[in-house]
Design a protein around this ligand. Structure first.
Ligand SMILES: Nc1nc2c(ncn2[C@@H]2O[C@H](COP(=O)(O)OP(=O)(O)OP(=O)(O)O)[C@@H](O)[C@H]2O)c(=O)[nH]1
Ligand SMILES: [Mg+2]
Length: 642
């Protein structure tokens, strides 16, 4: 269906990780996340493109394996497909996993919407020695099939051209050869419900009430469901197996046959890649490798980030802060403070935050796109099960090292609400890149690298214990490890930089305005003496219990807005980014621990509330506050003893 602005709507549909988003962002120029693991996209994104005179609305959707029951992100796709009906579906198919992908394709063809197939990742398929006869596939399925390489932009225009072709219609396409009983049942249902697409009848036979209600008016849905359930029980008696299994068997059978008739294997893949892959996923080498990879990551972020930080601080101090200070020496103190504080805020954002966050995100992209992240998920499957989580939860957890917000959204790809609750709680504890700024920029720089590493170790310990307790406390079924592992790949430089830019841009848009307004506000409050009143009031906790200087309390409050702001504001309040002048090593250590653990930042709180509701959010926030002050106080007391 198209709105007034557009001539038509095209939706990208396909299995997870086939290249829909890569395709979408190439075609529309709208930046979306593209990563080498299933479940990257969890929300619908729209973009516009012009083909000839036509203005086309393009929709990128989360990947789905089938139109059957599903996780939360998959629901978004199905709901869109059956409620809003795009004018054309572009079914993106991964040529390296043709048979598996065709399962969904056959179901999509039952929807009664015009379809064009983009046979994607052909470069990867060739590399693996797989050759696919696209014209023959097109002939069998009865829809256009266009060979594509989304990441290189090959074949994309051709796909769009086919999609806007007015002669494209749902007629004359393949029909799955379901078992006789099922075919008869569909024919019977056709008599009473002539206008209902066959896919809905099939779902009704499977008793997928959710799906049927999504597509039909309530009255019709009830009628269809009750009629179908009678037929279904007859069929199930005849076969002695669940009707959904019978259908799955028929669909796989058909998909397999089609794949066999268009596929030829040119050569077998016995390459170096295979051996590397075996090593990465072997029990001992794999785990040691993973630990080494993490240590190396933080060392790189620390070294490169620190190096950039120094340079940027120097530039700011020499060419901006010092001249402005000299200029304002004789003006009104409030004006002077407000201006100087906001400049210090900007400096802190550029110098302290961006170098560390940028370097971290580049490394994260490499992990994502090389396929290493899915291997890490596989390796840690055992460990995560102790926390009541599936191995694939490792992906959102690792994403949490970047930013907790998209990480919590990524939990939508997990199977159960229970898993989502556990994973989200743990993610709120994961030191995101903003907290890494504090750990590395403060403790790493002024106390030492290993002191900083010890904070990560402490964090991992806390996360594991919390997960273990939650895993025990919230019972539920355990699932085996079923996750598609993306192929090992050379990450592409351009797409790595693009992704890093997307992430930093988000950071800059949200963080900088806050930082500047916050710092200016501080300048005003400080001049008026209000900060002193607040700092004195909470000093029994901040100074007495935690041993921090009084002004650190204000910094902690600002850290709720953005975690790294705690450090930036600390620098503003101290009037210097050389923390060695104003804090002892123990104070830095305690400050970093508290900011890492205590209450998620406002953005995380907002996403938690959106995803899990108010109750869970309040519980998670309270838990982290209590935990942070307890751990902080313990560390301070211990530190005093040593
Ligand atoms: N070699 C190769 N890689 C590709 C191609 N298209 C996409 N990729 C890679 O495949 C991976 C998945 O791409 P995405 O665009 O994120 O896949 P998606 O279908 O949007 O996945 P979900 O959002 O999880 O459903 C990324 O690492 C891409 O770089 C292609 O034509 N060739
Ligand atoms: Mg995607």
């Amino acid at each position: 269906m198209h709105d007034g602005d557009h001539d038509m709507t095209i939706a990208f549909v396909g299995n997870p990780s086939v290249g829909k988003s890569a395709f979408f962002s190439r075609v529309t120029g709208v930046g979306v996340m593209v990563s080498n693991y299933p479940g990257t996209t969890v929300e619908m994104t729209r973009g516009t493109v012009k083909v000839g005179q036509k203005k086309i609305d393009i929709v990128d959707l989360p990947g789905i394996y089938s139109l059957g029951t599903s996780t939360e992100d998959e629901r978004v796709s199905k709901e869109y497909l059956v409620r809003e009906y795009p004018d054309v579906i572009v079914n993106v198919v991964d040529a390296t996993r043709l048979e598996r992908n065709l399962y969904l394709t056959l179901q999509i063809l039952e929807l009664g919407v015009p379809v064009v197939i983009a046979l994607n990742q052909l470069d990867a398929a060739r590399e693996m020695g797989i050759d696919i006869d696209a014209p023959k596939l097109s002939q069998i399925l009865g829809v256009p099939v266009v060979p594509t390489v989304a990441t290189k932009g090959i074949g994309l225009d051709e796909v769009l051209k086919e999609a806007v072709d007015p002669s494209l219609s749902p007629e004359g396409r393949i029909r799955v050869h379901y078992d006789n009983h099922i075919t008869n049942a569909i024919n019977d249902l056709d008599v009473d419900f002539p206008d209902t697409a066959s896919v809905i009848k099939l779902r009704a036979l499977e008793n997928d009430a959710d799906f049927v209600r999504m597509c039909c008016r309530p009255h019709e849905a009830d009628l269809l469901l009750s009629k179908a359930s009678e037929m279904a029980s007859e069929i199930e008696d005849a076969h002695d197996m669940a009707i959904s299994d019978t259908m799955a068997r028929d669909l796989y059978g058909e998909a397999g046959q089609i794949a066999d008739s268009v596929l030829s294997i040119v050569e077998k893949d016995t390459s170096l890649k295979h051996r590397i892959d075996d090593m990465l996923t072997s029990e001992y080498v794999g785990i040691v490798g993973l630990a080494a990879a993490l240590l190396l990551t933080f060392l790189l972020v620390f070294r490169v980030g620190g190096f950039l930080e120094e340079g940027i601080v120097h530039l700011f101090e020499t060419y901006l802060i010092a001249p402005v200070e000299a200029e304002l020496a004789t003006s009104n103190p409030i004006v002077r403070n407000v201006i100087i504080y906001s400049l210090l805020g900007i400096e802190a954002g550029f110098a302290i935050a961006i170098p560390y966050i940028g370097v971290f995100y580049i490394i994260l992209s490499v992990f994502e796109d090389s396929g290493y992240l899915t291997r890490a998920a596989f390796l840690l499957d055992n460990l995560t099960h102790r926390m009541g989580l599936h191995g694939r939860a490792v992906i959102p957890l690792v994403l949490g090292l970047g930013c907790n917000v998209p990480a919590i959204m990524a939990t939508r790809a997990l199977n159960t609400l229970r898993e989502r609750r556990i994973a989200s709680t743990l993610i709120a504890l994961i030191p995101c890149s903003a907290r890494t700024v504090i750990i590395l920029g403060l403790v790493g720089t002024f106390v030492g690298y290993w002191a900083a590493v010890s904070i990560y170790v402490l964090e991992i310990f806390i996360i594991f214990i919390t997960g273990w307790i939650l895993g025990r406390g919230l019972p539920g079924e355990r699932t085996g490890f079923i996750m598609e592992m993306g192929p090992l790949r050379h990450p592409d430089v351009v797409s790595t930089l693009k992704k890093t830019w997307l992430r930093i841009r988000e950071f800059v848009y949200i963080a900088f305005p806050l930082l500047i307004v916050g710092s200016a506000l501080l300048g005003g409050l400080d001049t008026l003496g209000i900060l002193d009143i607040f700092e004195n009031a909470v000093s029994p906790i901040s100074v007495g219990l935690l041993g921090l200087p009084a002004f650190a309390a204000t910094a902690l409050v600002f850290g709720i807005l953005r975690k790294e702001m705690a450090l930036e504001i600390l620098a503003v309040l101290a009037g210097t980014a050389n923390f060695a002048l104003v804090l002892t090593p123990l104070q830095m250590y305690v400050f970093a621990i508290i900011t890492t653990i205590y209450i998620p930042c406002v953005a995380t709180i907002a996403i938690l509330k959106h995803e899990l509701g108010t109750k869970d959010t309040v519980m998670i926030s309270t838990f982290t506050i209590v935990l942070a002050f307890t751990v902080g106080a313990l560390v301070y007391q211990l530190g005093m003893l040593l």
